[in-house]
Design a protein around this ligand. Sequence first.
Ligand code: ZN
Length: 261
Amino acid sequence: MALTVDFDAEELWLAEDPANAARPGVLSQARYGAEIAVPQLLDMLDRIGVPATFFVCGRDAERYPSVLESVASRGHEIGHHGHSHRSPHLMAREEETEELVRGLAVLREFTDRVAGYRSPSWDLSPHTLDLLVEHGFSYSSNLMDAVLPYVHAGHDLVEIPVHWTLDDAPHFWFDATSWDRTIRSAREVAEVWGEEATAIHDGGGLVTLTVHPQIIGRPGRLRMLERFLTGVRAYDDGSVWLATCGEVAGATRAAASGARS
Ligand code: ZN
């Protein structure tokens, strides 16, 4: 199992609409995620001994350097989540390259190696995989075509597969514009995650859990996440490996080259 945290902060709302820069009420949700939720999440992960991979926008890292230092100093992995939070499929190749390079430069101030890329929308352009190889990435975590991680055919990249089921956003996201979404209880979401994670455990595969500080960081939800992760930790029969995406990518490469030789 790999716990992944998409550190969206202000960039999420600025990508949706640059005019949000002038809306402190909207952006207060971003600040809550970065300044309140992430520190509490880090304390909780320390308490239960679970490693995570934080995918961070370069501009958010510039905005919250002390939060990023805290993520890195507690041993979690830092991956690339765009420089801004704009989706690569909306960009020309040159612009996408610039986003990658600028984000990398910022994130490398906090970590020796940025091995992984998760696009802001789990969406890729036709150029993304080429660009990731070109810029030294080891894995992508964006696609929904597998339960087991795999090495891309034609690209020297591991894929760490994801799915909406194991994400917090589709279950909890409340649309304040339309009010057409109902907020689910943490108990219901724990049930959805539990069904999926147990079935993946029994059949063999990777549980990539994706959470967002501004969403999972509400007090009742954080409590649920701690219970969920403690439950995973309680499997003491050696059948569960809790790892960062980088570690999973390394093991996937090793297994693939072992199978070839
Ligand atoms: Zn995001």
